[in-house]
Design a protein around this ligand. Structure first.
Ligand code: HEC
Length: 123
């Protein structure tokens, strides 16, 4: 009896501490970026999609020499944690008429990706 109580107490403490395990993980974000985003994006070169370095705090559709959709150029969106989360959840719902045909369904993956994008600072 006493032993099972100790087990329950430990399980409770573990679950109470668990949320810290979900703090955004930029290293995991980089792995996801290199497996799912890299086909179209890179930090420092425009490809099918625009380059990403410095994207946090930047107005959408403003990387020079990238041919954006009118929808993104005219969106008035500034990229921050919230706007990136909405974009990655469903770009077409967030900016109708955009051209990125890709979604990230898992909220933890999105948070980790955003932490990685945040780390791509301009020199
Ligand atoms: C199939 C190709 C493709 C994939 C895969 C893709 N993107 Fe995109 N992305 C685009 C295109 C094309 C645009 C430009 C959209 C437009 O102009 O309407 C874009 C735009 C963006 C923008 C807006 C940038 C700006 O300068 O305004 C962000 C942020 C972005 N993508 C993040 C990501 C992330 C993070 C991933 C990986 C989870 C990803 N994309 C995967 C094609 C892609």
């Amino acid at each position: 009896m006493r032993r099972s109580f100790a087990f329950l107490a430990a399980a409770f403490l573990y679950s109470a501490a668990a949320p810290t395990a979900f703090a955004a993980d930029a290293a995991h974000g980089e792995e996801i970026y290199n497996s799912r985003c890299i086909a179209c994006h890179s930090p420092d070169a425009n490809r099918v999609g625009p380059k990403h370095r410095g994207v946090l705090g930047r107005a959408a559709g403003t990387v020079p020499d990238f041919n954006y959709s009118k929808a993104v150029k005219r969106s008035g969106v500034v990229w921050g944690e919230e706007t990136l989360d909405k974009w990655l959840t469903n770009p077409q719902a967030f900016i109708p008429g955009q051209r990125m045909n890709f979604r990230v369904a898992d909220p933890v993956d999105r948070a980790d990706l955003i932490a990685y994008l945040k780390s791509l600072k301009l020199p």
